[in-house]
Design a protein around this ligand. Structure first.
Ligand SMILES: NC(=O)c1ccc[n+]([C@@H]2O[C@H](COP(=O)([O-])OP(=O)(O)OC[C@H]3O[C@@H](n4cnc5c(N)ncnc54)[C@H](OP(=O)(O)O)[C@@H]3O)[C@@H](O)[C@H]2O)c1
Length: 317
C-alpha cells in the first residue's frame, strides 16, 4: 500500500511517499481504510526526534496518529466494530511505527470510536487527538465548571478550538489568546479573544479583574509564567506544552487514546457542541507540504490529509 514514511529523523524532506508493507491485523485491532488523516504538531516533533526518549521508533515509520475511515477487517477478538463501520481514531501506540498517513492502518479498538454522523471525513479526522486533549484537560485535569472563567491559550489552533467549545459547553466563560486575524474565528467558537504578546496579562485582567479560575496552557515558557500569575485564589493550571507547569502547582497532561472519551466526543459533535474547522486539505502524496504548513505555527483549526480511494491497493475491503 501507499503511505508517507521516514527512515530516519529529520525535517519534512525525510518524508517519502511510496509503497510500504501492508499492515497485519492483530486480534484486538481492526483494519481501517483511511479516508482522511489529521496533521498534528506531535507528528513532526516525533519525526524530528524530539520524543525519542519517550517513544521508540521502528523505522521506517509511517507518520500520523489521527484517522477517519472505514473498517474493512476486524481482528479475531473484536466485537466492537464490523466491516463497513465508519470510525475515527487516535491511533497511538507505545512505539512509532505504523501510522495513519497510509491507505490502511491496523488500529487497536482502544484507540477508536464511531465517526460522528454529522461530520465529513475531513472534519472527523481532525477531532481525535485535539478533541481528546481538550476533553482530558478541560473536563478531567482542570474540572471546568459552570460559571467559571477559563483562559485557553492558542484558542484558534487545533486543541484550543475544541477547548473553547468544550469550555462553553461546560457552562464556563472562555477567554482565548489568538492573533488579531483570528479574533472573529475565536468569537465564533464562543470565546472572548485577546491578543498574546506584550500586555497579555493586562488584557486578561481587563476582562477578569479577579483572575481566572483555570488556565489551559498550550504554549509554555513565558506564557505559562504569566498565566500562573493570572489565577484567582484556588485557580487551577494545566499545560500540554511545558512540564515545568508542576513548579507552578499545575498539572502536565500527555493525551492518551481512550475509546470512552472519544465516543463522548463523537456524541458532543453530533449534538453540535463541538465542531472542527478544516482550514486546508492536502492529498496524501503532498503530506510533506501539509506538515510544512503546520510547522509555521499559524494553523487555524486543522490541516487534514486525504486519501484517494480510487487509487489501487493490494488490500481490498
Ligand atoms: N501534551 C499533549 O498531550 C499535547 C496534545 C496536543 C498538542 N500538544 C502540543 O500543544 C501545542 C498546540 O497544539 P495544536 O495542535 O493546537 O497546534 P496548532 O493547531 O498547530 O496551533 C496553531 C495555533 O497556535 C497559535 N499560536 C502560536 N503561537 C501562539 C502564542 N504564543 N500564543 C497563543 N497562540 C499561539 C496560532 O494562532 P495565531 O495564528 O493566531 O497566532 C495558531 O492558531 C503544540 O505544541 C502541540 O505539540 C500537546
Amino acid at each position: 500500500m501507499k503511505a508517507i514514511s521516514y527512515a530516519r529523523y529529520g525535517g519534512p524532506e525525510v518524508l517519502e511517499y511510496g509503497d510500504v508493507r501492508d499492515p497485519r491485523v492483530g486480534p484486538d485491532s481492526v483494519l481501517v481504510k483511511v479516508r482522511a488523516a489529521g496533521v498534528n504538531p506531535v507528528d513532526w516533533k516525533c519525526r524530528e526526534g524530539h520524543l525519542d526518549a519517550l517513544i521508540e521508533p521502528v523505522f521506517p515509520v509511517v507518520t500520523g496518529w489521527d484517522v477517519a475511515g472505514v473498517v474493512v477487517q476486524p481482528g479475531a477478538s473484536v466485537t466492537e466494530f464490523a466491516v463497513g463501520d465508519e470510525v475515527i481514531g487516535y491511533v497511538r501506540e507505545d512505539f512509532l511505527s505504523r501510522g495513519t498517513f497510509a491507505e490502511y492502518v491496523a488500529a487497536p479498538v482502544r484507540t477508536l470510536a464511531r465517526k460522528p454522523r454529522n461530520l465529513t471525513y475531513e472534519e472527523a479526522a481532525g477531532l481525535p487527538l485535539t478533541g481528546l486533549t481538550a476533553y482530558q484537560v478541560m473536563g478531567k485535569a482542570l474540572g471546568v465548571k459552570r460559571g467559571e472563567t477559563v483562559l485557553v491559550h492558542a484558542a484558534a489552533g487545533g486543541v484550543g478550538s475544541i477547548a473553547v467549545q468544550l469550555g462553553r459547553h461546560l457552562g464556563a466563560r472562555v477567554i482565548g489568546t489568538a492573533s488579531e486575524r483570528n479574533h472573529d474565528y475565536v468569537r465564533g467558537l464562543g470565546g472572548e479573544p485577546v491578543s498574546y504578546g506584550d500586555g497579555l496579562a493586562e488584557r486578561v485582567r481587563g476582562l477578569a479583574p479577579e483572575g481566572v479560575d483555570a488556565v489551559f496552557d498550550t504554549v509554555g515558557g513565558e506564557t505559562l509564567r504569566i498565566s500562573a500569575n493570572l489565577l484567582a485564589t484556588d485557580g487551577r493550571l494545566a499545560s500540554i506544552a511545558d512540564p515545568d507547569v508542576v513548579d507552578y502547582g499545575g498539572r502536565y497532561v500527555f493525551v492518551r487514546p481512550d475509546a470512552a472519551d472519544l465516543l463522548r466526543l463523537t456524541e458532543l459533535a453530533e449534538q453540535g457542541a463541538v465542531g472542527v474547522h478544516v482550514s486546508e486539505t492536502f492529498p496524501l502524496e503532498r503530506a510533506a507540504d501539509a506538515y510544512r504548513r503546520n510547522e509555521e505555527g499559524r494553523t487555524r483549526g486543522k490541516i487534514v490529509v486525504t486519501v484517494d480511494w480510487d487509487s489501487e491497493s493490494p488490500v481490498s475491503p
